[in-house]
Design a protein around this ligand. Structure first.
Ligand code: ARG
Length: 266
């Protein structure tokens, strides 16, 4: 498994584009660096090939590589960030992906799309979120460009503004998700389409427990995932809980810091 990460060299909370971000709350940069390195080391131990993107000054959210693009089988659909604060990342992400041999597609400028933050595969079906960052119009376009079927999921709670904050595919038939972060129709759709769901209460999801990365049988997540150890063990997964406090001040956790590069290629 290959994952793209970006060192938190210029990370900080310098603007407010989600309800977690408060410029008045100081980020401990040393601690952020330690937390990021701990995640990096955990991936290394689990045998992940880690690729590093170059961080850039003035782009404090570039650490959240999940938002670079949606990736499938050597192709990528680049993000069109909703907020101007992050739009400066787009050209850099294009270069990072092209450098690695991806065919990079772009959407029309007026269609907002925030990459794997709002686009997650369950098997070969792409679940796409909308309601806060990504436009629903983006979904079918992304599906066509990647040649995959798409399911649109409506987000209902502004704290869970990207799909990956409340929904995490663990394997081809299992999803860890917080139904209350979705509209009731979308939660119903998830239950209909996914053979095995593990439901997470909102207060646990608010600790970024669903913002997780499964690596084989191990679910790497934030400390809040400690409260999911039992249901995850029942489903056959180990849990690895890592402190993510500094990134949570920006509305991110483990998954946001990670872009899997080899989806559709195994
Ligand atoms: N501060 C970042 C933003 O609001 C956090 C991004 C989190 N990324 C994610 N994939 N959920 O855009």
């Amino acid at each position: 498994m290959a994952i793209l990460m970006c060192r938190p060299e210029y990370f900080g909370v310098e603007y407010e584009i989600n309800p977690w971000m408060h410029v008045s709350v100081k980020v401990d940069h040393t601690l952020a660096d330690t937390q990021w390195r701990t995640l990096y080391a955990a991936y290394q131990r689990l045998g992940v090939d880690i690729e590093l993107a170059e961080p850039h000054a003035g782009l404090p959210d570039m650490v959240f590589s999940a938002n670079a693009a949606a990736v499938w089988d050597g192709a990528a659909v680049l993000s069109n960030f909703r907020h101007p604060e992050r739009q400066g990342e787009e050209g850099y992400w294009r270069r990072e992906l092209e450098r690695r041999g991806f065919t990079v597609h772009a959407l029309p400028k007026e269609v907002a799309f925030e990459g794997a933050g709002d686009a997650l595969f369950v098997g070969d079906r792409l679940f796409c979120g909308y309601g806060f960052r990504t436009d629903r119009d983006a979904h079918a376009r992304v599906g066509r460009l990647l040649g995959v079927d798409v399911v649109s999921i409506e987000l209902a709670d502004p704290r869970f503004y990207h799909l990956d904050t409340c929904f995490c595919p663990l394997n081809d038939r299992t999803v860890l998700y917080a139904p209350d972060a979705l509209t009731s129709a979308s939660a119903r759709l998830v239950r209909q389409l996914v053979p095995h769901v593990i439901e997470v209460p909102l207060d646990v999801a608010a600790g970024f427990a669903c913002n997780a990365m499964p690596v084989d049988g191990c679910v790497v997540s934030s400390l809040a995932a400690g409260r999911l150890e039992a249901p995850l063990a029942d489903a056959g997964f180990d849990t690895l809980e890592l402190p993510m406090s500094e990134f949570m001040k920006s509305g991110g956790g483990v998954r946001c810091l990670s872009l899997p590069l080899d989806m559709g290629r195994s």
